[in-house]
Design a protein around this ligand. Sequence first.
Ligand code: PEP
Ligand code: MG
Length: 538
Amino acid sequence: MTVLQGEGVSGGVASGRLRFFRRNAQETPYRDAAGPEVELARYEAARDAAAAQLDKLYEDMKAALGEKKAFLFQVHRMMLEDQDFQDCITSAIREEGASAEEAIKRADAQFSQMFARMDDDYLRERAADVRDVSQRLLRILRGRQEASTGGEPCVVAAEDLTPSETAQLDRRVVLGFVTAKGAYNSHTAIFARTMGLPAVVGLGERLQAQREGELVFLDGTTGEVFINPDAATVARLEAERERQAALRCDLKALRDREAVAPDGRRVLVCANIGSIGDLQAVADAGADGIGLFRSEFLYLERDDYPTEEELYRAYRQVAEAMQGRTVVIRTLDIGADKQAAYFQLPPEENPAMGFRAIRICLARPDVFRTQLRALYRASAYGKIAIMFPMITSVSEVLGIKALCAQVRAELREEKTPFDEDVQLGIMVETPAAAVISDLLAREVDFFSIGTNDLTQFTLAVDRQNAPAQPYYDQRHEALLRLIRMTVESAHKAGIWVGVCGELAADPSMTGFFLDVGVDELSMAPHAICKIKAEILNG
Ligand code: PEP
Ligand code: MG
């Protein structure tokens, strides 16, 4: 037995065979055409591989969730083989000398726009399916793994995982992950917690020396990883797993209880999510709403910008699933550790403090408007609130509000339905925003305090930098004062204030948040019942 010690970043015991995550390091965004014969053969091979993937997905999904849910993959299969779609690709290769990638991109644009312009709702929604099929073909052409796991239940091992790789791990088969690098407050770790996936990071070089296929047990609370454990260790960890499951069952009793503190004050306990896949956990936890939907994950691990239609469909799905409870959707917070090649952002020396999040959106109103239109359109189907990240000044907020007003005017003109009362709020996650929170509170409907970045910027500690983590003290008096100041400014202006950073899920901080008077705490779904219990006990 080999024992490795790392940092547990997402609780729970997981066990399975080690599967090393493979990523194609030589991936290049575009490729020059190598001649029609070669490109045609590449396209045809990709088409056949995509068909095989879709058949398997259909069968797997049918077994897991039933025929109705699986039907989508048959629709994709039909699109893949649609004669017009295929002709469009092959003629671009034959007659215009395009590479397979370029030809697929052109067919994708042509067909998705054609569907998007249709009057019928059902047909319009097919635009997103065309894009999905095209993305699948492009992924195959670039040699990207469809699933890093080979479809078998496993524990994924990697030097490190990016946040989007983590979000895309196949939850049906990945039981947990272990990495050589990583830090507790990175988005990778946050995503593991959101997904309820046990994880240990910071295992160092000894992890690389382990072998594919070996049996591993990991404890995401203590940070211990056991490779080829002996019988006594397996028995101990199995008992621990059962103990934790029983604890979760006890807490589940609070699922339908409102979190009312002993002094009679109700605090909303909401969920943070990153994708549609998290909705089941939100329902299981009995969340009062969604306090943070990190919507940037709809932009990552793609080859091109998502369309308004795709975004609208995702937002609408979340809004409908929450049945009238508030869903706070944060606009694109890309940059720093969350990168998408097609944004073509230049490399930066210090990306956490660079050209990111709202700065990109304000500089790229085309991208921002697409997202805002999708959000407003989806607001007709539930209670959506829109939240803007990384705010540092009042002028940014005024610019955002002007754009939102333009989008609303456009939708009215088009007679597209939307909710006229959509709340607009900001994240308070920079010291500047906290210090001028009195001025910002006059301009918005709510605040949500992002303690992850607020800690990073207040204490000048990179949240991703493992050796610097001892300085990342979320209980530092400077941070507590900024939180108190923000809550006071909000309440003076008559607006509500939540906390959606990781600190909201820390039961030892619940008393502080009750004391300063926050109205909402938002966290990974699995933490909700634990925090409800803390509030109820005062
Ligand atoms: C935060 O900074 O606290 C936050 C919630 O946003 P993110 O972790 O996505 O940066
Ligand atoms: Mg943040």
